[in-house]
Ligand binder design. Structure first.
Ligand code: 1GP
Length: 254
């Protein structure tokens, strides 16, 4: 089974899945391996690997080849640039920053990456992703020259998300930015989910089980946490459980 089908199957099973984002630029290779194995043990459904700054293909290869044999959950690249591809991953989020003001981040980097995927990385499964930056935006908002959607403008987020669905993206990601002071608001998630049927990923600034559960209940099909795993790994078990419980509750209500 491919990675996209696995994610869809897990979403159907548990209502909402948890994905862990690790940035190789923020941890050592040893920490990376320990954290990856820890989140797998606690039930995180996939490992995303990436960052907006400072990762080379050589570093990715080093970190990922070290975990390749011991991880059962899929490793999905979450590239900050065309240099962030590695043959040791299972899939890549082929992402377009839909609300960037610079066409390079909407389609320019993607045409460069497409050539690499065909010529050098045939084993990577591309999963197309509409990446929509909200609120704080964080480093990714700055680097990709995004015009972040204000936290309270559900109508604009909805317009982008529905556009992404019509354009045929596999998945849609509402991103407040890594380390955001405030995550995407549940009301925005719920309004987008009412109209859009594509899997909805939500991340950025989620630091506790309560917020993770609230967003899963509101309609997020996948919750991504990154910073908290690096800073307070003791919380991650409860966050993963909260996502799955929130998802199951929403599934039962539907
Ligand atoms: C960033 O949404 C992810 O791309 C994760 O954000 O680091 O704030 O958990 P955090």
């Amino acid at each position: 089974m491919g990675v996209k089908d696995y994610l869809l199957k897990r979403i159907a099973e548990v209502g909402a899945i948890h994905m862990t984002l690790l940035d190789p630029d923020k941890v050592t290779a040893k920490e990376f391996k320990e954290l990856a194995l820890m989140v797998q043990e606690y039930g995180s459904d996939a490992l995303m690997v990436g960052g907006s700054l400072g990762i080379s293909e050589g570093q990715l290869d080093e970190y990922l080849s070290a975990v390749k044999g011991s991880l059962k959950i899929p490793v999905i690249l979450f590239p900050g640039s065309v240099a962030n591809l590695s043959r040791y991953a299972d899939a890549v989020f082929f992402l377009s920053v839909l609300n960037s003001a610079d066409p390079y981040f909407i389609v320019g980097a993607q045409i460069q990456a497409s050539v690499l995927l065909v010529k050098r990385f045939r084993n990577l499964e591309p999963i197309s992703l509409a990446y929509i930056i909200v609120g704080d935006g964080g480093a990714v908002g700055y680097v990709s020259n995004a015009r972040p959607i204000p936290y309270d403008r559900d109508d604009i987020a909805l317009a982008y998300a529905y556009t992404a669905q019509l354009m045929g993206f596999d998945m849609i990601y509402l991103e407040a930015g890594s380390g955001a002071r405030e995550p995407v608001r549940p009301r925005m998630v719920s309004r987008v989910k009412q109209l859009v049927s594509k899997p909805l990923i939500v991340g950025g600034g989620i630091r506790d089980p309560e917020k993770a559960s609230e967003l899963a209940l509101a309609g997020a099909d996948a919750i991504v946490t990154g910073t908290i795993v690096e800073e307070k790994p003791e919380l991650i078990k409860d966050i993963i459980r909260a996502v799955h419980e929130g998802g199951m509750t929403r599934k039962k209500r539907a």
